[in-house]
Each structure stands twice: as C-alpha cells, then as structure tokens.
Design a protein around this ligand. Structure first.
Ligand code: ZN
Length: 146
C-alpha cells in the first residue's frame, strides 16, 4: 500500500522529494492547536501542530508516518498555511478536494499540491491525500486563540 501510484515522472519526483525531505516536519513548542488523525486503510498517521494568533496561522509543524501520498501531501500543504485565516485555508481545501475529484486545471495557489492531481485516478488513495487537511481542520477547530 505504500507504493506511489504512477502519476507521471515529474510529479512523482516532487512527491518523493517531499516524502523523503518533509517540509515543516517536527514539533511546535508554542502550539495552541493540535490534531492527531489516521487512515486505517493505509496505516497513515499525521500529527499536526499549529500556532494561531489573531485568527491567522503563524506557524505549523507536522509529523507522522505512512504512504508517500499522505506524507508528501501534508508536507506540501504546510507550505501554504502561514499567514492564512481559517476561511482562506478552507477555500484551499475545497480547491484541493475538487482537484482530487478530477475537476479541471488545479489553481496555481495550490502550489506543490498540484503534483497530486493524478491521485484522482486512484480513488482509494484520495483519503491519503486528504489526511493532512483533516488534521488541519481539526487543529484549527481546537486552536485556543481567536
Ligand atoms: Zn496512504
């Protein structure tokens, strides 16, 4: 289950790069929002920590284990979050979900996440790609700063 589906070599290289060298990996000492999610079908696990100040995400870290899609997707997601409000983040999540349903050309603002567009052809893996976003939504919901 941990193999990467064939998504095209350029995309595959970017996914493996994030998988091997995750961005924003680690713990956040002054976090005020946290979530721990997992995807039993694949064994994927993500712990995400946020610091939210004045309604904006100031910093983010994640750690976890599992398939390349789940870990690379979380790493790619964390690159997009600093300075954003919960509303902005939920707009990005909607665009990402639309991309994973095979909807049109993914918008530029999804950044490296666009490499995961081909996951729409592998419905069993969509849940892997969304795991980081599930952690993010949970962490935002329990962040104790408004
Ligand atoms: Zn997975």
């Amino acid at each position: 289950m941990s193999s990467t589906p064939p998504l095209g070599s350029l995309y595959q290289a970017l996914i493996l790069d994030h998988y091997r060298r995750p961005r924003n990996r680690g713990e956040l000492a002054d976090a005020n929002g946290m979530a721990h999610v997992h995807n039993p079908t694949c064994g994927d696990e993500i712990i995400l920590e946020l610091r939210v100040d004045d309604g904006r995400i100031e910093d983010v870290r994640f750690r976890g284990e599992g398939c390349s899609i789940s870990q690379a997707s979380a790493s790619m997601m964390t690159q997009l979050l600093r300075g954003r409000t919960a509303t902005e983040v939920s707009g990005l999540a909607d665009e990402f979900r639309m991309m994973l349903r095979g909807g049109g050309t993914p918008p530029r603002e999804l950044g490296d996440l666009r490499a995961l567009a081909g996951v729409s052809k592998f419905p069993a893996r969509v849940k892997c790609a969304l795991l980081g976003w599930e952690a993010l939504a949970n962490a935002l919901a329990n962040a104790d700063s408004a």
